[in-house]
Design a protein around this ligand. Sequence first.
Ligand code: ADP
Length: 438
Amino acid sequence: MGSKARQNVIIGQLLLLAAGGLIGWLYDQVLWGLLVAALIGLGWQVRQLLRFEAALQSRHFGSLKYGDGIWSQLYSRFTHQRHLVKFYRKSYRRLLKEVRKSTNAMPDGGIILNDDYEIVLCNKAAQSLAGFRRKKDRGQRVDNILRDPAFGAYLRSGDFSDGIEIRSPVFEGGWLLCRIVPYGAAQKLLLIQDITERRRLSAMRREFVGNASHELRSPLTVVTGYLDTLAEDEEVPAAWQKPLAQMQAQATRMNKIVTELLELSRLEGAGAARQDEIVDICGLLASAKKSLIGQDNIANVTIDCESRARLLGSTAEIESVIVNLLSNAIRYTPKDGSVTLSWTSSEDGASLSVTDTGIGIEPEHIPRLTERFFRVDPGRAREDGGVGLGLAIVKYILERHGAYLIIESSPGEGSTFTCHFPASRLAATEPVPIAGNP
Ligand code: ADP
């Protein structure tokens, strides 16, 4: 409010009081004159206030157009603010409409959830992809709509760094990738993507690699058989000995590739590993070490079997993990180095580690080691029989066991490959027999 208006109010009130006082003085009643003037001033202000209040109540502000004095300014400011509010409300509504239109045009489903995973809002794709009903499902917990047990477990885990793939509740054979993105104080956004096509293509690729490897097996067996026979044949001219040996080595390598590709496509298609078999990790470590007997010029291997934890899973697959990691450690460690195999456990689970004092790996290569056919030094790996599929197989086997691989390495100092298994994959420890009991 301007200072002029404030001045006018004060001057007006003073003039009224002065007039009241003057009239009272004429009648020898100065105090009465002042009192009456003050009451008139107060009455007038109260009248303006009541008009304002009545207009607020009736929401009819036309009568406020013409106020008097400071009230006229108050009214006009008030009216201006009302127009502004109306304007912003209109533009927000328009904006909201645009946001709604664009989220409805999105091919992916989007659902806003509150702190208790209850549905606040969802877009059209959420309806078509996962069967959410925009109005009826509002306030429902999201796992009442997406009833897949894996999705329930995903919500309970509270770890939303990755998404989860579930079957579509709407389309037979459809698959959805669900991912929760927390935002704001406690709200969450559930994003749903249709991955049916992606899964179909990856199944096709898997099938193709599996079939191709399978088909290559028989001709390779014939070729290897003939090569072996020729290699043993003393009548073969000496000039052919070297090429024959090379052909044999390459045929062996091809056999290894085919076998590992078949193993990979089997692992990729399979679900979680069995839980009903107890894997004797320390026994597997001991036999892996034993299998090295007779191999000279290799690093010293020691076993550190610290834990009694028993793993639930597939013995054959865990044995493959140990063999792959141990053969790598030996290949990449000089003979005066050492390799340690260890099995430890804590409250969070158990770890199988293979540590070597070998050549180590540059940090930029570490994230790519589990990719198929990735080798830090392809020339060297080819020479010593590496095909670049060993760590990919390790990764898939661990995934099937709910485990993950941690690779730590320093070039020139050595590497540690740790397979961490969750506590849920460990069998309850055997009860310790009480002395004297049978
Ligand atoms: P490969 O059959 O070639 O060993 P892997 O998948 O087992 O294939 O390993 C991929 C690459 O990772 C290897 O070619 C090698 O460069 C690197 N690597 C694996 N283990 C070790 C290790 N213990 N020390 C150094 N490098 C390693």
